[in-house]
Structure formats: C-alpha cells, structure tokens
Ligand binder design. Structure first.
Ligand SMILES: [Zn+2]
Length: 757
C-alpha cells in the first residue's frame, strides 16, 4: 500500500480512483481510494468538522472568548431554509479527537441563561466532508495532494447510468465454535475459521486459539479484501472473535482492518447466541476501517438491491457505502437533503436521535384513510386492468415544490400555487430542499426503469433493476419522512398537502376513466383497478396516456388480470377492506397483498400452503376456470392438515417469529413472544426489545401460560400442538377464500372444520 502522504516539500502527488471508504481520524479525513489497476491508496486530508452556533450577537462574542478554541470564527450562514439573509454565526472547529456532540453539550451547559441554537452537530463528519468537497463514494475522481491537504477533481457524473464500478476483492468469513452449552456463546473456544475468496478457501484449524486468531489476522491482511462478508458478523462473529482475542491476550495483534487497529466489536451486555442458524441480538455494527463489511441478511437494502443498489444510493445521497449498509434508509435519504442544504449555505439543525418506523405511502394512508380510495367490489373479477401512478407522492413533492419550508411559507401568502381542498399557499420564490433532493433520484429511477426494458445482456438489466429498486426505497422514505415530527426539513403541513394533491389527481383520473366507460373496481392511494366490457390492452393504454395528459403525472399500465379477488373484512362478510387482494396478470405474475403470504408472523407451513393454493388458482385463465380450480383447493388444505396431525413437520416450518416490543415482564397479557423470551433468558440468552423471538406452539390450551409455547432454540425432541397449527392454517385460508365459502363448504371432509362466521 502506498500512501499519498503529505510531503514537507510541498510536492504534489496525484491518484485517480473511486472512494470506497472514508472516516475522520483526529484532524484528518482518511480516504481509501481504489485505483483502476486494483491498488488501494490511503489518502489523508487535513480537515476539521465545524459546528455552528446562532444566537444574540453579544452572547456569541462572549462565547467565543470563553470557549478559547483556536480557529473559532464568525461566519455567515442561513440559519433557517426560509431565511432571505444569512445570519452571523459562530463557527467552532471540532479539534483532534473531540466529538462534535460533546462540544455542543458543553456550549449549551456553558450558555446558562443565554439562548444558543446549534447546527451541524449530529451529522457524520464523512458526510459533511463530502458535502463540502462536492464528492461522493464510488464516484471516479482525482486526488491532488498539496502539503497536508488534498484537492479533489471529480471525473464522474451523478446523472450517469453506466458509470464504472471498480472490481472489488471480496472475502467471506465463517467461524465454528466448540459449542459447550445449548446456545453458542462467547466463552466457547474457536474450533475453526474459514476464509473464502475468489476460488480459494483457507481453513484455519491448526494450533491453539491464539495461533488461529493470529493466522486469521495475517490471512485477511494478505488477501487485503475490499469487502468482508460474514453471516452474523455484527451479531456474533466479530464480537466473538474480539472476545476470544481478549481472552487469549492477543487483541493488540488481532487486526483485520486497513488501519491495523485491534478488532473492537462492540456488543452490549448479556450474551449473543445462535440457534438454528439464526443469530440473535443486534449490537452496534462492526466497523472495519478501509474495508466494507456486509452482514449477509443484515441490511434490507443489501438483501433486496445488492451491492449495485447500495452503491447507487451511496452516490446519489452522498453517504459512505458502509453507512448505507449499517443505518436506516431514512439516514441515506436525509443525507441527500443535508447535501442540498449545505450547498445552499443552510445550516443543519441539531436533532436528537429518534426511532424510525418506515412505512410505505400505502400503509400510512390506509391507516388514517388520508389517501384516495374507492372501496373494492368484493369477490372475483375478470379482465380487470390496473393503472398505477409512478412514484406519485415523491413526484408530487418534486413537481409541486413541497417541502417543510415552502408549504404555507410566510413570504408568499398570495402565491398562485395552492394546495387543492386546503388552499394552502406554496412558495413561489424558492425551490424547497426536499424537491431539490428528489429531482435526481426520480429522474434516475425513471431512466433505470426505461433502460431495463431495453436489449441489454441479463447482467446489465439486473444491475439496472437493482438500482431502480434501491431508489424506490429512498423515494418511499422521502414521503414517509415528510410529515415526521423529527425530520429535518419536513413538516406535517407538507405531508397533508402532498396527500391533498394525490387525492385530487386520483379523483380526476377516476372521473376521466368513468367518462370513457370504465368502471372503478377498486382504487387506493396511487392505483386504480378498472373494468370495461370487452376492453383490450390498447384501451387501457390509451386511457393511461389520457390520464397522464390530464394530470401531468406519469402512469404505469401494470397489466390486465386474468382474474383478481378483492377480499372483505375478516369480521364482516360484506365490508370490503382496502389493500387486501390477490390475482394473476395475463403474463402469469401473481400479485398478493394483505394475505398470509405477506405476513411476517405466519409459520412457513401456513405460507407454503397458501402459496400452493395461489399456484393452483394461477393456472385459471378466467373466472370460470377459477371456480373449477377452486374445487381442488379443499384437497390441498386437507393434505396440509393431515401433515400437521400425523406429526413430524420440522421445527423450521412451524417457527413463528414475533418481535418483542417491550420487556417480557412489561406485557399485560402473557403473549407468546414474551414467554419464549423468558425461556431463553433462563438459559443465559438475552433477547432485547425490538428483536424477533422465534418459537413454536406446544400446548396452546395449557392453563400455565409458560407451557403454551417454546423458544425454537429449545425445541429439539419436543412435540408441537398440531391443532393450534391447524387453526392458524384454517384462519389464513379462510381469510383468502372468504368470498367463496358457500361454494367451498360442502367440499371439505369432516375433519377440517372450515368455519364460516
Ligand atoms: Zn414564499
């Protein structure tokens, strides 16, 4: 590894490549650059984070004197995004190993009665650095070093859809412990460690534990991977290895990062353990400086959109790849807004951390019925076509200039831009931070969606697909955050305004469809299901263009269904529910919402049964055939019931996963997940709030609640409560077949009691 090191001679050194990782180290930003020839360069740039203090001018002068921090200075910045004039603010450098939040708290404490507002405090230094320098991860650029600083020259464009991703060296790590107890624990000695890399496998199993750890350290340094994959890395492998290194007194020599620092895997109190291949308890992510650490199965974005999706998000949101993996999608989405604010000279307010519960627009809107809806006509329908507005909510936010600071702005009460129904004014004078950040994300998603239709090889198409899927997550999140109390540039009014526009657009579209002879079968949030006697695909396509023309918003024609079933409420047979349906499109795609296949807390055996039913029904080309296929369904259900009753269904198929939302003792009722969590804690396992608990039902009718279920880790050799699973199965099936009970009921054999309420 060569260093692009600071030269006392002031000599200029140059390197070209892509940023794979960066972090603050004292008064420097360390940047790891991947060069086109595969070499990795460590670059250090003398750089300091600054926090900003706003307040009364005299107070600020006093504060500057009292603080005694070298480099403290006055500067001009916009304190609020709606300000017309910048304010004089105090700019305080974060020196050496100081932490910005610590200084900020000191200032607050120091201020006493004086009122200070603090800014740019809780933003990752690596992000602030990239905002300032106008660079982003995995963007191709040139570094020119002068003295102890670096000048960056970007040779890439965010608009590009065919940018190059450098080849990255990958290694996969797995560890075997000599398990002593029933749960894998940190105190078990290492049995073997396997490192897999392109075509090679190193098995480290010789010598004592100390030798194994040192050999692992050497092996990783020799392979020098850019990405380390580990199943359960954060949760078990890294805390475990770190713990073993401490136990063997070799922590100082045990390094796997590029800074040669000892592996410090932070884990909370208690024990981390595994059962049936699943690792429990999620501690802070392990940072492996200079490399990217990917926890297989850890990050949702990685699981669904792969490395290409992650890199696209890192580029567009200007956030390090490792942070995209380790934090929520909201953090990445927010970073795009923080960049826009910074580039306009607007300060970023200091916010306390908050818990995020990401919901899709559909979830948000069906919950409070704030969105548009036409209640579905319950039952099975033939030849229904679906039109969806593409990224409707973020597109409204972008096109209608909706942001926390633009809706009901003080500067243009008489603005011509008004929100329908509510008549709120929208700023005419400035483009909001939220719409600014959305422009490129919307545009690039549209481009990728278009590109994936074109004739490329399968690999290229897959890359486009992953990138557009990742951007979809960001867009979903942008709307979800808009009304969020703690979002930095959001406001509830902005959220409400977006909903009002959406309702207007959908209502207009529905009226247009009706005027063309279509009947609305169902409509919700951003989708319409329509039917017209003898309508062909062309008729739907024509309508799509007309709707686009009339509303000014892009629409996707999803297709025509062979058949589609809209479901009623579980309790009331005739009352329809929004967003609960399943159907098959003409191209064979099955779409399902709100049924057992979509529920996280359903045991796999139930899901498998429902899938099998869907697969059989999917063979039907029309409603007539659907009813024919329906006759074969009771047989499938009976087969599953029989399977459950004769026993021998494997634990994995029976495992129910539920999240522990509070301490086991905090539940008013003895819920199953709390019982299972208590069972685990009795044998030394520690389930934390927010974690999933896996269990099976062993005796649902036991008078003693603790005997009703059993944590999966303890299930070996136990029998399950077959009837409890039969009930679960029947209830799931009942939900999806509710409109057809009168047809089905006579066909069930006696031992399956499909109840009709
Ligand atoms: Zn205005």
């Amino acid at each position: 590894m060569t260093g692009l090191s600071a030269s006392p001679m002031g000599m200029i050194d140059t390197a070209d490549g892509w940023i794979i990782d960066l972090y603050r180290k004292g008064d420097f930003m360390v940047v790891w650059l991947k060069e086109p020839d595969g070499k990795t360069v460590r670059i250090t740039d003398a750089w300091r984070q600054h926090i900003f203090v706003a307040g009364d001018q005299r107070d600020l002068v006093n504060l500057a004197e009292e603080l005694h921090v070298e480099g403290t200075d006055f500067d001009e910045r916009f304190v609020r995004p709606e300000d017309d004039e910048p304010s004089i603010v105090l700019k305080v450098p974060v020196e050496g190993n100081w932490n910005a939040e610590k200084i900020a708290r000191m200032i607050i404490a120091h201020g006493g009665y004086r009122r200070y507002e603090l800014y740019n405090v809780d933003v990752e230094p690596s992000q602030l650095y990239m905002y300032e320098k106008g660079i982003y991860p995995f963007g191709y650029l040139q570094a020119n070093s002068k003295g102890d600083t670096v000048c960056w020259k970007l040779k890439d464009s965010l608009e590009s859809t065919d940018y190059e991703v450098p080849p990255l060296r990958k290694a996969e790590l797995s560890v075997r412990t000599s398990m002593g107890g029933r749960l894998q624990s940190l105190s078990d000695p290492i049995e073997s460690i396997v490192v897999r890399t392109d075509g090679e496998e190193y098995c480290i199993d010789l010598g004592d534990e100390e030798d194994k750890l040192i050999t692992l350290s050497k092996t990783v340094q020799e392979i020098d991977p850019d990405i380390i994959y580990a199943v359960g890395g954060d949760k078990f492998i890294f805390p475990y290895l770190s713990h073993r290194a401490i136990a063997n007194n070799v922590l100082e020599q045990f390094t796997i990062d590029r800074e040669s620092t000892p592996l410090k895997a932070r884990y909370g109190e208690g024990q981390t353990y595994m059962s049936y291949g699943r690792t429990y308890h999620r501690p802070a992510p392990t940072r492996i400086l200079g490399r990217i650490h990917i926890e297989i199965g850890g990050s949702t974005l990685y699981r669904e959109c792969g490395l290409h999706g992650i890199i696209e998000v890192a580029r567009l949101c200007r956030i390090p790849v490792q942070r995209v993996i380790d934090t929520t999608i909201g953090t990445s989405m927010t970073s795009a807004q923080l960049y826009e604010a910074t580039s306009l000279g607007i300060l970023i307010p200091w916010r306390k951390t908050y818990v995020e519960r990401l919901k899709t627009a559909r979830e948000l809107l069906t919950a409070d019925r704030g969105g548009f809806y036409y209640e579905p006509i319950v039952g099975v329908h033939e030849a229904v076509g679906e039109l969806d507005f593409t990224s409707l909510y973020p597109t409204i936010m972008f096109k209608k200039n909706i942001s926390g600071e633009t809706v009901r702005c003080e500067c243009c009460p008489n603005s011509k831009d008004r929100v329908p129904e509510l008549d709120y004014n929208i700023c005419e004078r400035r483009l909001g931070i939220v719409p600014r950040s959305l422009r490129i994300i919307l545009e690039k998603r549209r481009m990728y969606k278009e590109l994936r239709q074109k004739k490329f090889d399968q690999d290229t198409r897959k890359i486009y697909e992953m990138r557009q899927a990742a951007l979809k997550w960001i867009l979903v999140c942008a709307f979800g955050y808009l009304g969020f109390k703690n979002a930095r540039f959001g406001r509830i009014d902005a959220h409400i305004a977006t909903c009002a526009f959406a309702r207007k657009i959908l209502t207009d579209a529905a009226h247009l469809a009706e005027s063309r002879g279509f009947k609305i079968i169902h409509g919700i949030v951003d989708s319409l299901w329509l039917w017209k006697e003898d309508a062909q695909e062309e008729d739907y396509k024509r309508l799509k263009f007309e709707v686009e023309e009339a509303t000014g918003f892009p629409v996707t024609f999803e297709g025509v269904y062979r058949w589609i079933v809209f479901l009623p409420s579980k309790i009331h047979n005739r009352v329809p529910v929004l967003n609960r349906y399943y159907g098959v499109l003409k191209d064979g795609r099955i779409k399902d919402r709100g049924i057992a296949t979509r529920r996280g807390d359903m045991p796999p055996i139930v899901k498998r049964c429902v899938w099998e039913i869907l697969d059989v029904l999917a063979e039907a080309k029309n409603v007539e055939e659907f009813y024919e296929k329906l006759r074969t369904i009771p047989k499938i259900i009976d087969r599953y019931i029989h399977m459950l009753r004769i026993g021998g269904v494997p634990v994995e198929m029976l495992t129910i996963q539920k999240r522990l939302s509070q301490k086991p003792s905090g539940y008013r009722n003895r819920v199953c997940q709390a019982i299972a969590a208590e069972q685990l804690s009795m044998i030394g396992g520690d389930v934390r709030i927010g974690e999933d608990v896996n269990y099976i039902i062993i005796n649902s009718r036991s008078k003693i609640p603790s005997r009703r279920v059993l944590a999966s880790a303890l299930c070996k050799g136990k029998t399950y409560d077959a009837e409890a699973y039969v009930s679960l199965l029947l209830s799931a099936v009942e939900t999806m077949l509710k409109p057809f009970h009168s047809t089905l009921k006579p066909m069930f054999c006696i031992n399956s009691k499909l109840s009709v309420r």
